[in-house]
Structures are given as C-alpha cells and as structure tokens.
Write a protein that binds this ligand. Structure first.
Ligand SMILES: [Ca+2]
Ligand SMILES: [Ca+2]
Length: 135
C-alpha cells in the first residue's frame, strides 16, 4: 500500500499509516462484537384478509412512513397512514384485480408522489394506482 502526500504532510502521512495499521473496531464490523437487536413488544395491526407482501411509503407526503399490504382475499390493497411514532391510522381499502399477492411502492410516473402496484395472481394482471399525495 502506498500513498502520495505533499511534503508538508508528514503528520497526515503518519496518521494515514497508523489508521491503515489498526484493525477496524467499529460495532458490527468483522471481528467486532455484534450489535444487539432490540424491539418493543409486538403490535398486531390488521391489514385486510390474507395480507400478502408489505411495503412502506409516504402516501400523504407528511414525512411519516405509512404501511401498505396486498390483501389477497379482499381483492384490495390496504393502506394505513403512520403517525410517526410507530402507530397507524384506520385501514383504507383500495380495490385491485383479483388475488393481489404482492405490492410495490414507487413513484411510477415521476410526479414526486408515491404510487403502488399489486401483482394479482388470480386475474393475471397488475394494478397500478397513482398517488395523489393525500393518502
Ligand atoms: Ca405518511
Ligand atoms: Ca407518482
């Protein structure tokens, strides 16, 4: 390993060499103690009948993450707006083709608002719903 440094950079050169010689001891790095995972008690949130696939997005553009799930047995996607503290509002149902099995969230038309699409296994279709930014 070599470095090209200006002649006046002796201190920087020593620092670079020292840093290169030290093993990384960052949490989670190879050889370091693993980070502990910790979570609050579980919260059960209903997402329609037969939820399949789960995504998050910000459907009402309030800066808080919302949830969406494809509800296979309801032929719908279920959206619950997040409150930013881990809680979610009442479910809002959006119809899809028959048997939505998966859902994805993206800005599909580039207007800055989140949209979603479901893959509908029973209908062999994909449903696209463009977001209005109001949830
Ligand atoms: Ca939101
Ligand atoms: Ca969009």
């Amino acid at each position: 390993m070599s470095f090209t440094l200006p002649a006046s950079g002796l201190l920087r050169r020593a620092t670079v060499l020292l840093a290169a010689a030290l093993p990384l001891a960052l949490p989670g790095a190879a050889g370091a103690a693993p980070l502990a995972a910790d979570f609050a008690p579980a919260a059960a949130i209903t997402m329609g009948n037969g939820p399949r696939g789960l995504e998050s997005g910000d459907f009402n553009a309030d800066g808080k993450r919302d949830l969406i799930s494809a509800s296979q047995l309801s032929n719908a996607a279920i959206v619950r707006l997040g409150n930013g503290a881990g809680g979610f509002g009442s479910p809002v149902t959006w119809s899809t083709g028959a048997g939505p099995f998966a859902v994805t969230v993206a800005d599909l038309n580039g207007d800055g608002r989140q949209d979603f699409a479901t893959a509908n296994v029973s209908a062999s279709t994909v449903t696209v719903r463009l977001g209005t930014g109001t949830g």
